[in-house]
Ligand binder design. Structure first.
Ligand code: NDP
Ligand code: 2IT
Length: 450
């Protein structure tokens, strides 16, 4: 590794030794930036790497809330405001017991480059809490969201920071958070949160956007080899927002989705999950908040219990990891390659371990890294902001067409950039460099205090 890059990475590790996933995300980006750092000396001269790995601001706060027995529980809340060089901080809120400052720094860091790739004016941020929504009543979730907003409201705003959903935060939570924001501030805010319901300022297609966008990206990768999704067998992990709509778009484009998972295990439906079965999954996960195991019982298909719910031993053409970070390990990546996988589209953020990414790249698998492949969600969040600013809304068809165009542009930009740096078709290098250059140049333009 280049000495300058190595020294920046070592400082990151030394400053916050416990933040493994953040170190992993930083290393992956820094390594792939090497050719750009060599080609353009201005980045080193302006200490861009030292600055870009350091969040602009981190807010950490206490979230006390009352459970159903009237007992006061305490969780930790965070907002990592990573980089605002090209626009207000933008990124989701995650509610999951594994949330720590390190996890949110990794997600915020990824978000900076992802948002840059969308071409929309959005900086990068991420937030959330170690609150576990599983098994909580609606009233408990409402109570928790209110308490979180009692602090968060002072740090957000359309020109400052615009949160949205992520793991454990969907339409229900955004509703409670928005209600609390309005109650506290007596202000709708032009666009203080995205992922709102369509009846009160949300964008059509936002729920679908990450999953649809991921499949649009895979479609573009396949085109480079004269292939398409028709008749392809797809395996999707997770069964939440991203997995559900990735499945829907696969079905619409003629692929057969044979697996879904959650953190307890995975189902294998060799006949394929059709629209009707998918509607059943959406009701199970979004309304009844049940477990994917119930699909196996209901539709009489195989279920495998595992602690991380990974269906990667199945033979497939397309793999869409859409659950969480590091869910595809090196052994599983090897299995996918040995079974002839053609394309991998990361619906989740950093779902593949670094050795796994290496295996995909070395084997010539079309590999769409999360920053590029799952950028559709935040893109439509950007479109929600645009619609709110106009006091207007666009139809489903209009938003979907814009999303499709953005995903095609991201693909073209990553592909072109990989070619420019002599690594044609390496979307990791392409996406990281293309995302980085725009933010780095903005930082240089805005002076050394940025
Ligand atoms: P949801 O909460 O809707 O669904 C998450 C799914 O992943 C659930 O099926 C969940 O299972 C599973 N999962 C979560 N944690 C684990 C774990 N530790 N091990 C195994 N399975 C797990 O979240 P989303 O669908 O919104 O998010 C999924 C991924 O996509 C995340 O990486 C997120 O950062 C990323 N993403 C989301 C975007 C969005 O717009 N929502 C945009 C871009 C990326 P269980 O219910 O058992 O926990
Ligand atoms: O990881 C992500 O891009 C998201 N969770 C969506 C963020 C957003 O602001 O829509």
């Amino acid at each position: 590794m280049d000495k300058y890059i190595e020294s920046v990475y070592n400082q990151v590790v030394e400053k916050d030794p416990g933040q493994d996933v953040f170190h992993q995300a930083v290393l992956e980006v820094l390594e792939s930036l090497e050719p750009a750092i060599k080609k353009y000396p201005k980045y080193k001269e302006n200490s861009i790497l030292e600055r870009i790995v350091e969040p602009e601001r981190i807010i950490q706060f206490r979230i006390p809330w009352k459970d159903r027995d009237g007992k006061i529980q305490v969780n930790r809340g965070y907002r990592v405001q990573f980089n605002s060089a090209i626009g207000p901080y933008k990124g989701g809120l995650r509610f999951h017991p594994t949330v720590t400052q390190g996890v949110l720094k990794f997600l915020g860091f990824e978000q900076v480059f992802k948002n840059s790739l969308t071409t929309l004016p959005m900086g990068g941020g991420k937030g959330g809490s170690d609150f576990d929504p599983k098994g909580k009543t609606d009233a408990e979730v409402e109570n928790f969201c209110e308490s979180l907003m009692f602090e968060l409201y002072r740090h957000i705003g359309q020109f400052i920071d615009v949160p949205a959903g992520d793991i454990g935060v969907g339409a229900r939570e955004i509703g409670y958070l928005y209600g609390a924001y309005r109650k506290i501030t007596n202000n709708h805010g032009t666009c203080v949160l995205t992922g709102k319901s369509a009846g009160w300022g949300g964008s059509l297609i936002r729920p679908e956007a990450t999953g649809y966008g991921c499949v649009y990206f895979v479609q573009e990768m396949l085109k480079t080899r004269g292939e398409d999704l028709k008749g392809k067998k797809a395996v999707v992990s997770g069964s939440g927002n991203v997995a559900q709509y990735a499945t829907e778009k696969c079905i619409q484009l003629g692929a057969k989705v044979i697996a879904l998972s959650d953190s307890s295990g995975w189902i294998h439906d060799s006949d394929g999950i059709d629209e009707e079965k998918l509607a059943w999954v959406m009701d199970l996960k979004n309304v009844r908040r049940g477990r994917i195991k119930e699909y196996a019982e209901h539709f009489k298909v195989d279920y495998t219990e595992t602690k991380d719910g990974s269906p990667w031993s199945l033979k497939c053409d397309i793999a869409l990891p859409s659950a969480t970070q590091n869910e595809v390990d090196a052994k599983e990546a090897k299995m996918l390659v040995d079974n002839g996988v053609l394309a991998v589209g990361e619906g989740a953020n950093m779902p593949t371990v670094p050795e796994g990414v290496e295996i995909f790249l070395e084997s010539g698998v079309l590999f769409g890294p999360g920053k590029a492949a799952n950028a559709g969600g935040v893109s439509v969040s950007g479109l929600e902001m645009a619609q709110n600013s106009q006091r207007f809304f666009w139809t489903r068809e209009e938003v979907d067409a814009k999303l499709h165009q953005i995903m095609q542009n991201i693909h073209a930009n990553a592909y072109k950039t990989s070619e420019l740096f002599g690594m044609k078709g390496n979307y990791v290098v392409g996406a990281n460099i293309a995302g980085f250059v725009k933010v780095a140049d903005a930082m240089i333009d805005q002076g050394h205090r940025i």
